[in-house]
Write a protein that binds this ligand. Structure first.
Ligand SMILES: [Zn+2]
Length: 459
């Protein structure tokens, strides 16, 4: 009788189990929810492009019936990482010229190489290469600024990745545009095409204060606000930029941009190295999101962004790789997480500065806030988009494991990333890309490399 009622109960509960598309389970689930919960033996249920439930595996298995499942008892599961600042197609210029002063690097190598090589096809293959590298290192969302950004959007979408995409607006002729006005006109059409897309967020991307006129910067802000899209811009990256702004405007770059109304709307500011207390207050008042790029700032000797002070003030600071040509050379966000923490420690002289949880927040939930997407991504919680990754925790660099977040920040490597899902679609399974042809991309990248080498005669 007892046995009968138990089987009846099991039958009833199975019949009542809610249908979902996916159940993914892992040894640990790093949710990055408000309490920063880490579940031991957890699982996530997904329907369509959204997370339906997160909890102990036994609960999820009881409540839901999945069409497909992925069990990773040797891995942790975490929100997909967010790269808040990059130039994806520049992957094809990776390592073209290193260890040079910024002006030398730009005028002798990058500008000539761009003028001779950057075409829609170059951008397409460069973006494919970037997407491949990003997925393999755990990034599921990236914020991009370059040329032919319509091709970047199309390519990211094909790869199934999430991206905030803005065509560079700059005050001199570039491979796909002669004037800033022409670029803004193109941007408006681009915004109209993508503004309701489930993966692409169109943006307006004036390059910087020092490369655009006030008129262009004001027009860029107006365009972004007309369509309620973000504005992406480089801000206070170098001491030169700060000195020139002080000479020209009698204001810091942040104060100058603010006086032009550039921060009056959703903004993602990249770098933000040379900022004082008053600048940080302006950024806080305007709700500007910051993309901190530790590798780039170190490699180009730009300086150290006052991240600890910005976080203490409550600014949303995310992480970006910048590059990958010259200023970083890769898209490895796990490396940026690790470096962000260490750079603050070494410059403040305090090993407690920027702890592991804060560093991981910058690549997940805080990064999502920095780019204005915290309601959609950045944590594993019901209602959010199903953007997640798994990372192996059974390798020599991962055992023993006392603290999951600390391990993820200081010990795990991008090569430990195993799977990646965006919008409920599995894009990487056991390190096999499902939407990108790895062999073809690597072959084409080598071909473009030979072409670029010939065009600039690298010594
Ligand atoms: Zn940049």
């Amino acid at each position: 009788m007892l046995r009968l009622s138990i089987s009846l109960l099991l039958l009833v509960s199975a019949a009542w189990a809610e249908p979902v598309d996916w159940i993914l389970s892992a040894r640990y689930v790093v949710t990055m929810d408000a309490s920063r919960t880490v579940l031991s033996g957890g699982a996530v249920a997904i329907r369509g492009d959204r997370i339906v439930a997160v909890g102990p595996r036994a609960d999820i298995d009881r409540r839901f019936q999945a069409k497909q499942r992925l069990d990773r008892p040797e891995s942790l599961m975490a929100p997909g990482l967010i790269n808040a600042h990059t130039h994806a197609p520049m992957s094809l210029f990776r390592g073209l010229a290193d260890d040079l002063a910024l002006q030398d690097w730009l005028t002798r190598y990058i500008f000539p190489a761009e003028a001779r090589n950057v075409t829609p096809e170059f951008v397409r293959w460069g973006t494919r290469l970037a997407c491949l590298e990003m997925l393999l290192s755990g990034t599921t969302t990236f914020v991009d600024m370059y040329y032919f950004e319509d091709v970047v959007a199309e390519t990211a979408r094909e790869a199934g990745m999430r991206a905030v995409v803005g065509e560079t607006v700059i005050g001199f002729p570039v491979p796909d545009s002669k004037t800033p006005a022409e670029t803004l006109k193109f941007t408006e059409g681009f915004i109209q095409k993508y503004r309701n897309d489930s993966l692409i967020v169109p943006a307006v991307a004036p390059h910087a204060l020092y490369t655009n006129s006030e008129e262009t910067l004001r027009a860029a802000r107006a365009l972004a606000n007309r369509y309620s899209v973000p504005l992406v811009i480089h801000v206070a990256e170098t001491k030169t930029e700060r000195d020139e702004a002080l000479a020209k405007f009698k204001k810091t770059p942040v104060a100058a941009l603010d006086s032009m109304g550039v921060f009056e709307g959703r903004t993602v500011a990249a770098h933000v190295v040379w900022v004082d207390e008053a600048d940080r207050e302006i950024l806080k008042t305007r709700g500007v999101g910051v993309a901190h790029c530790p590798s780039s700032n170190m490699k180009l000797a730009s300086g150290v962004a006052p991240v600890t002070s910005m976080l203490a003030l409550g600014l949303a600071v995310g992480l970006g790789t910048d590059g990958p040509a010259g200023s970083n050379n890769d898209f490895d966000l796990l490396e940026e997480i690790d470096l962000a923490a260490k750079l603050q420690k070494v410059t403040t002289g305090d090993p407690r500065a920027l702890n592991a949880t804060q560093a991981l927040e910058m690549a997940t939930i805080l990064g999502a806030r920095a780019i204005g997407m915290e309601k959609e991504i950045g944590s594993l919680e019901p209602g959010k988009r199903a953007d997640l990754i798994t990372i192996r925790v059974d390798r020599p660099n991962a055992v023993p494991l006392y603290n999951v977040i600390s391990q993820m920040v200081y010990a795990l490597k991008s090569a430990d990333v195993r799977d990646a899902m965006v919008n409920g679609r599995l894009l990487l399974r056991d390190r096999q890309p499902l939407t990108l042809d790895q062999a073809q991309i690597l072959a084409r990248a080598a071909g473009f490399g030979a072409q670029v080498r010939d065009s600039v005669k690298v010594q």
